[in-house]
Design a protein around this ligand. Sequence first.
Ligand code: E4P
Length: 219
Amino acid sequence: MTTVPRFYADSADVDAVTELLADGLVHGVTTNPTILERGGRTVTDIPELYARWDAEGAREIFFQAWGATTAEMLGHADAILTLGDKAVVKVPATRIGFAAASALARRGADVLVTAVYSPAQALAAATLGARYIAPYLGRLNDAGRDGLSEISVMQELVAASGTEVLAASLRSPGDIVDLALHGVTCFTAAPRVLLEALQHEVSDRSSAEFDAAVARGLA
Ligand code: E4P
């Protein structure tokens, strides 16, 4: 089976996200309440952000549900899903979040279980029919764990299910490549990291040489 890898912008910096969407460089946009806050936004901005990114061509737009109870989380999840068919709900990998994920998946909704920190949580999300799990590579490493090896175990555990690993907390293009070598195909990262993945100084030098040859030929 052929699988085309996908990049997602993990950001609520609308100018940076717009640049990536306009140039067709990402499949979609992922957010959570922390990312909204970093972008100077709050959950009240979710409908506006959805409309903007939908119009700009995002194929999947992720917002996170919140709440102290499963019912409360499901209420917010429903509001996110009614935004449109590009909306994907994220829920945290907590007791309440797993219950919400189960209810949403049973209704046929695409749900991403986020902040997955153990292979057991990854497997649990797959048993519930989650569309995606998001383990955090950088934060696993920050916690003194071997993030790459843990995520590769998660990838192996869910590979035969309908659940995909959408890796997050990626801080360099090398993080993306390392995970891709272990079978991960979906990556969300800050726009800076994604743009860095496109760039290489030798490519830039080669491009300048091509331009110079064109200019010499036209002189
Ligand atoms: C994603 O949902 C996470 O918030 C994000 O990837 C965390 O990245 P960081 O650990 O580099 O802050």
